[in-house]
Design a protein around this ligand. Sequence first.
Ligand code: MG
Length: 367
Amino acid sequence: MSTISRIDVYKLSIPCTEPMVIAYGESAGGENLLVRIETSDGLHGMGEGSPDYYVTGELQSATFEVGRELARRMIGTDAAAIEARVAQMNGTVRFHPSTKSAFETALWDLCGKRAGLPLYELWGGENRALETDHTVDMATPEVMAGKAADLKQRGFHSIKIKVGRTLREDLESVKAIREAVGEGVSLRIDANQGWDVPTAIATLAEMAPYAIEFCEQPVPVWDERGMKTVRERSSVPIMADESVADHHDAFRLAAAGACDYLNIKLAKSGGLSIGLKIDAIAEAAGMRCMVGCMEETRLGLTASAHLAAARPNIAFLDLDGAFFLVEDPVTGGITYDGGEITLPEGSGLGADIPADYLEDLESVSIT
Ligand code: MG
């Protein structure tokens, strides 16, 4: 038993260097939640939640209020009983996955610290080579091609292109990027629900010359049947993103044969343990996974990287969120060399945020 003695919940707001434009809107920055959990044995764990209005249905102010209530109920309980804590959170409030994820990450951080193991080792993984892509958001084809060429220079071997506009606009941007980076860079696209079925089928067919590795979420979140139709009529593998939040979605999509790959995000799943379950379902169905992110610091990204290192079936990484933010207050955590990710060696998450940075954030403390 490792009794939870104090929980601090913080609002963490960090603007993007420039607004990020995708099919369903524009993001000005990460409006996130930090959770710090202390236990009676003197340890603390940290977790970041990254709500997204459109995908997780959460506002930062709502995550903060829900976080306060979850903290109030969790005080005095056993931090080691993570399944029980997840059940407690789910029994307290429906939805709010990124809020729950912040709490669960902090509990796993504590678990790893007690065990003296990095999280990927705790889950039986190895410190394997991890490589992330880097996203190019929507702009003119010239601007997008310029960003892609710069990313290639910086050592990224995979580029994820935001699409989901008209066939002509999407085709022109992908063509310009392929011409700018040449053959050696893998290009993936993400339509963020921006197409209907006929547009998706036509656009993917037109993109055949540009060797697209896979296409994320071609159609709206509700249209699983449409996603299956696109998959059947296109040579480009289809990845579900917004359509897969938790393990129940993963099971339904796998059973329907609606997609080839699943994109796990902790903000959607509600935490690491459901992320592990999604990957298990995918593996059972012969599907591979990606682990993705929102606009978040290297604290949240480090949790996702541990998950990827622990599960070889997670074949793709899209852990680029911190590159878009104006500052990164994290100590320790993953480091990047181009797209190559190195995990920290410390126990637990191996990432933290300094006390003097936390002091300046709006917070609530429950003891
Ligand atoms: Mg996506």
